[in-house]
Design a protein around this ligand. Sequence first.
Ligand SMILES: C[S@@+](CC[C@H](N)C(=O)[O-])C[C@H]1O[C@@H](n2cnc3c(N)ncnc32)[C@H](O)[C@@H]1O
Length: 268
Amino acid sequence: MNKKVFDELRTIVYENSGISLSDRKITLVSARINKRLRHLQLASHEDYLNYIKTDKTGEELVRFLNVISTNTTHFFREPVHFEVLASLIKKWASQGQRRFKIWCAAASSGEEPYTLAMTVLENVKGTNVDVKILATDISTEILAKAQAGVYQAETVNGIPKHLLSRYFTKIREGAGYYYQASDQLRGLITYRRLNLATPPFPMKGPFDVVFCRNVMIYFDNAVKKRLVDDIYRLLKPGGYLMIGHSESLTGLGTDFKSVQPAVYIKTK
Ligand SMILES: C[S@@+](CC[C@H](N)C(=O)[O-])C[C@H]1O[C@@H](n2cnc3c(N)ncnc32)[C@H](O)[C@@H]1O
């Protein structure tokens, strides 16, 4: 791919997702769109660029963003956040709170929202509660996977055995096994496509907790600041924001107060 085509493609990516692609990403972008070139039977990256620019339906732009986004995730990733969530839920439930609203802002293939759902259910045991988890992502392809909630045996390795048997059903298909998230888990989660680079977001808060992990690494400070300020607006006073451990709010000038690494509270 030549530099001029790459520059135009990365401008499209930035304008439509907030994802900043450095010069080093040229090979990666090239490899990822080759799949689309084959599918559309286009001869060059330049043809693909023109295809996106002239596609009035906007559908190819969505597919382009699907292949550009990196979706790495796993169950109980960065487990300390689920320990913090468990103690918050227990505390709030003991104070009489019966409704819990959580937003999983970059849900990827669902491992994170299902982990959230299991953590909440395990910690409100025996109480009559209303739990709502909103799971959003920019990639329509990955959201469809999340919604299906079907995982290979290697993928569910990170789920403690007792939770796996309580919340997943083992399905035999051909020579292999799959695990399907239970209706109880799936019933707590609503999936929506949402671009985190375009606040203000249309959801109604307030949320008790927002998980926005391992997505801000792709954003520059201007996009991060807009995003974090809108998360702040949507949280309840005393609500929490969890970010990835390799991410930071330092230098953004937000109103969040740091509680411990990668955990923030809205104090007012
Ligand atoms: C590396 S995954 C992280 C998944 C999960 N939060 C975790 O920590 O395991 C990043 C996710 O962010 C999504 N993403 C990237 N840019 C986005 C944007 N502008 N709006 C919403 N989601 C975005 C990607 O599609 C991908 O699923």
